[in-house]
Design a protein around this ligand. Sequence first.
Ligand SMILES: *[C@@H]1O[C@H](CO)[C@@H](O)[C@H](O)[C@H]1NC(C)=O
Length: 406
Amino acid sequence: MIRTTYSLLLLSFVIAIVYSTDYFVEKFEDESYTKRWVQSAAKSDLGEFKLSHGKFYGDAKKDLGLQTSQDARFYAMSAKFDSFSNEGKTLVVQFTVKHEQKIDCGGGYVKVYPADTNQKDITGDSPYHIMFGPDICGYDKKKVHVIFTYKGKNLLIKKDIKCKDDEFTHLYTLILNSDNTYEVRIDNEKVESGKLEEDWDFTVPKRIPDPNAKKPSDWVDEEKIDDSADKKPEDWDKPEHIPDPDAKKPEDWDDEIDGTWEPPMIDNPAYKGVWKARQIDNPAYKGQWVHPEIDNPDYVEDQNLYLYKDISVIGFDLWQVKSGTIFDNIIITDSVKRAEEFGNETWGKTKDAEKKMKDSQDEVERKKEEEERKKREAEDKSKTPGDDDDTDTEHGKSTHVHDDEL
Ligand SMILES: *[C@@H]1O[C@H](CO)[C@@H](O)[C@H](O)[C@H]1NC(C)=O
């Protein structure tokens, strides 16, 4: 009996462990990534990715990642894995991005491609299933892209998701559920979620305003009206401007040369403005007219908005002005928990140490600048010692003389 319970427990333990599937994992821990990643040859001047942990990092090996190394270039590199379908399953795409160069303009996203993608030919025009991740350009554009390709069209999310714009490594997670819902996380925290149908224009809307419905001509939607009992006071109307009563004709005014003198106009202090009747509730008010909606005859329900039957390649196809972005810790899996754990084990383990190294580098830099500033000031002083002394002496003398006179 005890033994049975034990093996049942063991069985459920095993099931719990094998439950998730990693379709793709890449940690960029050494140069062996070059065997798994294919550089596109579609253009001759594509930017070069290099393996680097960057200027500051939490762990010299774990934080190695794929870094863009040339300014103002397009980049296109990808990795292939066994094609899979996310039918009936959750799909999680997750990776880290570090814009340590204080990025001015450039992509920090991944693209997930179909099985028939020719990796050597990848350009910005290559069809993809999903595009996900941060995109920064100037001060205005700092967003997280979530683009799904549906019936040949790239559909952008209608919500605005802000991305991180600092110099540290951040974890970006896209969760796509088979019930046609989604969630976006940054650093393992939810930043957006919802229904695919509502947050992208996959199809025409389900409901539309009834084209046959019209606002009745006798509909009253004026909430307030003039109070007919309110009358304009007899003495209300006064001119807005009057000739300045204090103005005098200048003595040297010559009517023949200067024309007839007229006093300048000033605001009339007695002017009360345009009279308006007091407002009262309109007894005939029916409320705002609401256009009735009907089911859209063109709407076609699709239970499989989330579905991609041949997910097989992940890649970076992007443009960067100032290079230096590091991509790392990619995982494509069917388990949110697994992705969260993977995020914890990678980004979660090194982020604090990364921040610490950056802070101490900043501190060293600050001290160096402070010393240089002091040195410069000292040099400026020692350049003109005579002048300074003279000025001081003269000033002292003149004060002294002044005192004597008193
Ligand atoms: C990941 O780390 C966070 C913060 O330490 C923790 O709350 C969470 O439970 C972890 N998730 C997993 C799946 O281990």
